[in-house]
Design a protein around this ligand. Structure first.
Ligand code: G
Ligand code: G
Ligand code: MN
Ligand code: NA
Length: 252
């Protein structure tokens, strides 16, 4: 496909850009982190990662692209901390294909070392399911990443089909409650029950909970009452390019 060739070209010519979506504590609205979201400006138009990430995964380009994102995220994070005069956690999405490579740990170590990024400020978002089919390898890799000091979160929590038993065996820090649950939180009691249960589960396992896709103040209020610690969504901020993130931080 032409789009694959265009992607290779874009990677060589720096046409990808990182956006950052701020994350906040629900009790005091303080910004605690930001998720890195990849953007591709293709001839003046943005192509959605929902479209090009699966394509990059299907042709292997996700590996050099994922490396680029990881390194760029650490470099820009260090620059942001300097420009903003404060530090926060920066979360990077990791494709299951990256995660299943033997040299993934080395890649992470390299990104930290070459940027000077402190490990505890880097969060890796992995998804349930695909990463977990080879459980023993997954567990040992997660422990090595944990020992390196990085934060580990489960993205889109609740949408995969893996058994929940991995939660007790993986050295995780955070669960990201998928936005599909948050979207129906106020209108559908079944979703309220699910979110309530996920929060209780996370709390009992000592995991930080962050709700994704929070768009309305009433959703934030209910999530806070239910015991969810953090939020991410349009209510707090859209994903922002570097300069806008910097002014967002300076305003908050
Ligand atoms: O930013 P947006 O909501 O359009 O992202 C759509 C999807 O693309 C989300 O599932 C998000 O996790 C994924 N995505 C965005 N940036 C990256 C990235 O750098 N790496 C990977 N693997 N996925 C990403
Ligand atoms: O799969 P992942 O959770 O990484 O995807 C995050 C995606 O969700 C990004 O593409 C981001 O643009 C999108 N997003 C972030 N906040 C909101 C929100 O409040 N509402 C909606 N509809 N999408 C959001
Ligand atoms: Mn994510
Ligand atoms: Na998600």
């Amino acid at each position: 496909r032409q789009l694959i060739a265009d992607m290779r070209d874009a990677l060589q010519h720096d046409a990808f850009e990182l956006y950052f979506q701020p994350q906040a504590r629900l009790d005091n609205q303080q910004m605690v982190g930001a998720e890195v979201l990849l953007r591709w400006n293709k001839d003046g138009e943005f192509v959605s990662p929902g479209e090009f990430i699966p394509l990059a995964e299907s042709c292997g380009l996700i590996l050099p692209l994922g490396d680029w994102v990881l390194n760029k995220a650490c470099q820009q994070a260090m620059q942001l901390f300097a420009d903003a005069g404060r530090e926060f956690v920066v979360a990077v999405n990791i494709s299951p294909i990256q995660f299943s490579q033997r040299d993934f740990l080395d890649k992470v170590r390299h990104a930290l070392q070459s940027s000077g990024m402190p490990a505890h400020l880097l969060e890796l978002e992995i998804t349930e399911g695909a990463t977990m089919h080879n459980e023993l390898d997954t567990i040992s890799l997660l422990h090595e990443l944990h020992d390196l000091g990085v934060m580990l979160s489960i993205d889109d929590f609740g949408t995969g089909y893996s058994s929940l038993s991995y939660l007790s065996r993986f050295p995780l820090h955070k669960l990201k409650i998928d936005q599909s649950f948050v979207r129906h939180l106020l209108s559908d009691p079944n979703y309220l029950s699910i979110v309530h249960s996920v929060i209780e589960l996370g709390k009992s396992l000592n995991l930080t909970l962050i709700a994704e896709g929070v768009e309305e103040p009433k959703q934030a209020e209910l999530l806070r009452e239910l015991g969810c610690a953090e939020m991410q969504g349009y209510l707090y901020s859209r994903p922002l390019p570097y300069d806008q993130l910097l002014s967002f931080i300076q305003r908050h």
